[in-house]
Design a protein around this ligand. Sequence first.
Ligand SMILES: C[C@H](NC(=O)[C@@H](N)CCCCN)C(=O)O
Length: 437
Amino acid sequence: MDQLQNKSLQRKKWLMYLLLIAIFMLGFFERFAPAVFAADLMAEFQTSGSMLGTMTAMYFVTYTALQIPAGVLADRVGPREIVGIGAVIAGLGSLIFSFAPTYALVSIGRLLVGLGGATVFIGIMKFNAEWFAKERYGLISGITLLLGNLGAALSAGPLAVLLSYATWRNTFFLTGLIAITLGILIYVVVRNSPQEVGFNQTQAVSRKKNRNRWDKELRSVFAEKSVWPVLIASVGTNAVFYAFVGLWGVPLLTDSFQLTIREASLYTTAGLVGYGIASVVIGWCSDKAGVRKPFVVVSSVLACVGWLGLLIAPWQSGWSGFLLYTIVGVSAAQMVVSFAVVKEAVSPLVAGMALALVNAGVFLAVGGIQPLFGLIMDMMSDGAQVSGVSVYTFTHYQWGLGMMFFISAVGMIASMFVKETYCGREIEMEQKEVNEG
Ligand SMILES: C[C@H](NC(=O)[C@@H](N)CCCCN)C(=O)O
């Protein structure tokens, strides 16, 4: 490939990445936006908090359930088709949401947003695996996660400001139109791999030769021993962190140290900022070092230190609290390296399925850990309530924190069994041997 061709290929790659990242950020925005509109939605549809919760949870249930199918489709069909069509479905869901006159219809809209959105992350990760050099996979995964979380941050602060100018219906109408436009553009512009634009043709032929039936491939991913320690380690860092910042991190501070919700949110924000920055740093460092496992192990150890600190250290609101929330946030960035390890541990033909398995596993774990934390506190409390709401003290939260520490400790043990993939060099050599022999 001459220099001119290479330049034009690079330009195309970044344009495609930009389109994909735009729909990814929009998806994160839509995921968290109902929190800002909660009061308006409840008033408009005359619903209780639990009905509102059910409606918003539809997104997460569909999203999680469709991760593995999305992985299969990413491998068999390709990111262009699944993300393009997924974005249009999510956009239609958003439009239905914006016009819905009833609770049932608004829920259907939300369900479609989850259904279409489920394809996006796995599609991008598969695209990254095909288009970016394996030596850059950690960095590009870190950047991808950071940008997605920026979309989530936009749905909190700036959206609340926007609300004084626009209604929730206008906002979802607009996001619906943008998603449909992006979906069409992705379908037209994105190509699944450099081979589709004429590069690396020999690789394309050898890949076709090695294809199996999709169910056989999926079974091979579930049977791949090196995927499971990565998943357990990621639960011990990433799932516990998400479960905490998504639900218990703020009430712990308001109940134990009498902070306001606004003050307490600064601590979870510190954790999320640490998570975002560390995602890029860990990805970059791991690529540069040419190894993955030490980064997985160290972040697992860091998670244990953070949760143990929250459990037994004499921390307070103030710098010590900020520090511990930031430590557990930083440790959660392990996910970037985890995604890289699973992608490198399996054949490129099934990378989407392996990434989807780990992502779905972490999502499921978050869904399990959040209620378990509450259940443990309920079991340990004397049932005291004020105006029908349970009252918890720091001692009750310590039981929940103990569970978090336990999960992170199991994750740390699992991290020791994670396979070193040397940033993909190992599987490349194995494939060369297969192709030659
Ligand atoms: C990119 C994102 N997945 C993640 O961030 C995982 N770490 C799992 C997070 C679970 C949050 N409830 C996604 O799939 O959109």
